[in-house]
Design a protein around this ligand. Structure first.
Ligand SMILES: [Zn+2]
Ligand SMILES: [Zn+2]
Length: 140
């Protein structure tokens, strides 16, 4: 079983199923939300996601219409994002995981909004926006 937490440990969760496709997202809002060049995330079905602690510790910020980003009110760790039009899915921030999800990144997405000071040096596919064309064949 895969587990994860925020930095201070107030928010803890377990994953009881497989994660969806892992991607490095370079979009402007992810960069701002993480404070880094990109964020590595993966979708997980809500039925596989168990919040073990911290339901009252998570604050959600609506970063664009219909999209919320959940983070710990104490330590600020970003934990998930969710969309109103995709209610079955949480997008997990993989840096919060304790163990190995045994799935590696498949692509860089939103490369059109990449930080100018960061150079992508691997050979993963790059998508200018959400990478739907790259992920069509993967689990949702
Ligand atoms: Zn925390
Ligand atoms: Zn993003």
């Amino acid at each position: 079983m895969l587990t994860g937490s925020c930095l201070c440990g107030a928010v803890r969760f377990a994953i009881h199923g497989k994660l969806g496709p892992v991607a490095h997202c370079h979009c402007r809002t992810c960069r701002k939300a993480q404070g880094g060049a990109f964020v590595t995330n993966a979708p997980v079905r809500r039925k596989y996601f168990e919040l073990l602690a911290g339901a009252d510790a998570v604050i959600e910020y609506q970063s664009s219409p219909g999209k919320w980003r959940g983070f710990c009110r104490t330590c600020g760790s970003p934990v998930w994002s969710r969309r109103a039009n995709d209610p079955d899915i949480l997008r997990l921030r993989l840096g919060t995981l304790d163990g190995d999800p045994e799935r590696g990144p498949l692509a860089h997405i939103w490369v059109s909004e990449k930080a100018p000071w960061f150079e992508i040096t691997d050979d993963l596919p790059q998508a200018p926006t959400d990478g739907a064309e790259l992920q069509a064949a993967t689990e949702r």
